[in-house]
Design a protein around this ligand. Structure first.
Ligand SMILES: [Mg+2]
Ligand SMILES: [Zn+2]
Length: 357
């Protein structure tokens, strides 16, 4: 399964720390962190972001800017950040002067080339954050969005974090096996696009109910081995949807236990869900038909087991009724309604009791 990571490529001077007039942070008394940078980065970390520092340090290692002087401040900066729970996956520094015309000076791509080549980051939800136009240009060159801090759009780190977090509860997951080829795109905070195509009409209809009642966007395309049967298509769709939802939720597991009771004529479904980080499924109910449309009814419990495994959630479902179509539809709607409550985000505050979810 290819699910890329969300990265923030962050400039140092003027972005993480104040930039002095002489542009050289070569002693401890020139080291001042930018306001609110730590709480903002902690929120972004919690939302599943990885950090990479990308910095031009003109003439580093020359007589006018000895490496020891640079390291005094750099070491202290990293020490402060690590003590607060903020780690950089990578620190990429161009030590050249502009006139050297090197390949690694921002906005050129030399420093981040490895990330470009290995396609290690999610193009849609990764950002470059910096205080200069060259940082925004770097983002353009990388094919991602740039955020220029200390401007009217992004006056400070709070504005940066809010903007990214509002846009970040999304995920794209693709999976290709001998049996199926699947692409799923999920956005937990939008409700204007549900597009499902699995080749099984009734299953499409059920997944539409799941997303509609769940209050999230889902586009899903499955090309499965339906000439054999519907098993792989249903199972693999469940895995990919669960994985996409887990990824879109970031690190916000264990946020609560939710349930929903949903009647549909004579049928009734009870759902209980905990986004606990641990997968467990209990299903109780019997269908008196083998198929509804082209969907095998035995695959319904199987779908939710695979979904809960991939989502890493505890999911209990209990269904009663006479009409199999109603029973199945009430399950998908009921799970959708439960998800709607569970994925709800109110504000971006850090959890107060445990610190990390
Ligand atoms: Mg800068
Ligand atoms: Zn360079």
């Amino acid at each position: 399964m290819s699910s890329t990571k969300k990265f923030l490529f962050i400039d140092r001077d003027g972005t993480l720390i104040e930039e002095p007039e002489d542009k050289q942070i070569d002693s401890l008394d020139k080291l001042t962190l930018i306001k609110n940078v730590i709480p903002a980065l902690l929120q972004l970390k919690q939302a599943g972001y990885h950090f990479v520092m990308v910095s031009n340090q003109d003439g580093l290692g020359t007589e006018s800017f000895p490496i020891e002087n640079f390291e005094i401040a750099q070491r202290k900066l990293l020490e402060i950040l690590i003590s607060q729970g903020i780690n950089f996956d990578d620190i990429l520094i161009c030590p050249h002067k502009p006139e050297e015309n090197c390949e690694c000076r921002k906005p050129k791509l030399g420093c981040v080339m490895r990330y470009m080549r290995e396609r290690k980051f999610d193009l849609e939800y990764s950002y470059v954050i910096g205080d200069r136009k060259t940082d925004v240009q770097l983002a353009k060159n990388m094919g991602i969005k740039g955020i220029q801090i200390a401007t009217s759009d992004f006056p400070d780190w709070n504005a940066v974090a809010n903007f990214i977090l509002k846009n970040s509860r999304t995920a794209k997951v693709s999976r290709k096996t001998k049996e199926t080829e699947i692409i799923a795109d999920i956005d937990l905070d939008k409700t204007d696009n549900i597009a499902i195509s699995t080749g099984i009409g009734f299953f499409d209809h059920m997944l539409e109910q799941l997303a509609k009642h769940g209050g999230f966007n889902l586009s899903l395309s499955v090309k499965g081995d339906l000439e054999i049967d519907d098993h792989h298509t249903v199972e693999d769709a469940a895995i990919v949807i669960g994985e996409a939802m887990r990824k879109a939720l970031g690190n916000k597991f264990g946020i609560g236990r939710y349930g929903f009771l949903l009647p549909m004529d004579e049928a009734q479904t009870k759902v209980a869900l905990d986004l606990s980080g641990r997968a467990y499924t209990v299903f109780s109910g019997n269908f008196n038909r083998e198929r509804v449309g082209e969907l095998s009814t035995e695959l319904v419990p199987h779908f939710f087991r695979s979904f809960a495994d991939a989502l890493q959630a505890t999911l209990h479902i209990e269904v009663i009724g006479d009409n199999t179509h109603h029973m199945i539809e009430s399950i998908f709607k009921g799970v959708g309604r439960t998800l709607r409550q569970a994925i709800q985000q109110s504000g971006f505050e850090l959890p107060s009791t445990k610190g990390v979810l």
